[in-house]
Write a protein of this length. Structure first.
Length: 132
């Protein structure tokens, strides 16, 4: 089975200039754990996850947290290395990459364009429903 058959084609993204507060709202609204960070041309610059938000919040003093959420840009906390996979790749390869990289999702790119996302949940759902 190909990645394209399981991936989610509608990917929420976030601008590198958005605030951490914007990230928190977007993650919560969509019930997801990470967002690709894209520039105005749609190029992926990195990924920001709930883990990034928690880590930066943990380092802040209590009185600084609201300022941190409001005044810190995504580009300052994102992970610049984004793992991608082709939509034509086999799902088993996606699972291997997620396992070895210890991540829960891979962004799906074709010709440099972001076309989807595949997560461990997508693969587990396919196994549970007999698609794989």
């Amino acid at each position: 089975m190909k990645v394209a058959e399981l991936m989610q084609p509608d990917v929420r993204t976030i601008d590198p200039d958005a605030s951490i507060a914007d990230v928190v709202v977007s993650l919560a609204d969509a019930h997801i754990s990470a967002l690709p960070v894209v520039d105005h041309a749609g190029r992926m610059l990195g990924v920001v996850s709930h883990t990034d938000v928690i880590a930066v919040e943990a380092e802040a003093e209590e009185r600084e947290r609201s300022e941190l959420l409001r005044d810190t840009a995504v580009r300052d906390i994102m992970t610049p290395r984004t793992l991608t996979i082709s939509p034509e790749e086999d799902v088993r390869e996606a699972a291997r990459q997620m396992l070895y990289a210890e991540v829960h999702r891979l962004f799906v790119a074709s010709g440099g364009d972001l076309v989807g996302v595949i997560s461990t949940t997508d693969i587990v759902r396919a196994v549970a429903t007999g698609k794989i």
